[in-house]
Write a new protein. Sequence first.
Length: 259
Amino acid sequence: MVYFRDPAILALDYLALQKLCHTLDGLYIWEFVITLYYEWRVIQGRQPYGWTIWIYSLTRLATLMAVISNIVTLNITTETNCQAWVTISFTSAYMTLASSSLLIILRIIAIWNRNKTVVALVIVVWVTNISFLIHGAIQMRSAWVPAQGACSIPDAEGNKAAVISMFITDFFLLLVMLIGLLRMRHRGAGTFALGQLLWKQGVIWFLLATSAELMPVVFVCLNLNNAFNMMFLMPALITLSIAATRMYRSLVDFCSNDV
């Protein structure tokens, strides 16, 4: 049986983590660059302006910040303030997750036609999750390890509560959204083109979010080692950010072209 805390195994796991993060960092930078046209169209006035563009942009910029700080942290070769970089990385990552959830909340509010009970419920759940994310970002500790010549997080299990809270929050929001979409279909509104688009995107988002966020929860609960505790955080972050922003652009473009 493999002993995951063996120094040799741990070194291999950290190498795998580093390669995975570099691949995903490159993927997101490419995604960010090729989709800058959307912000440029809004600036030029060719794209209808809506205040929700600020949440969309926050999601993208927070993800970019998380990616940049992650690249710096993984490639530092001289002693530096590791705590500062790790705090920036986790704060921007959790900000991405929170703003992605907020984009879903906006859909829920629209789908439920601003039902006060639903709006109050999802906002309370989202704010509660924010408190867990803030606590998780504050809890993360990092220090320079001369023997490794790199920054190290001695206890990556410290973000366990934040990861579990994020999964539960998004799962709850997705259920509320799907119930609202089923309600629309039952009343006949889902037969229209917009209703069909919302339904398709809702199902896709449900599958993506649950599969992407389930893996970090499983491995942080198993607590095999620090590398595995962090292994699936970046895939979840990049997946949710790209999916949320692409679905936002798709929906806005659809509504702009089909009044």
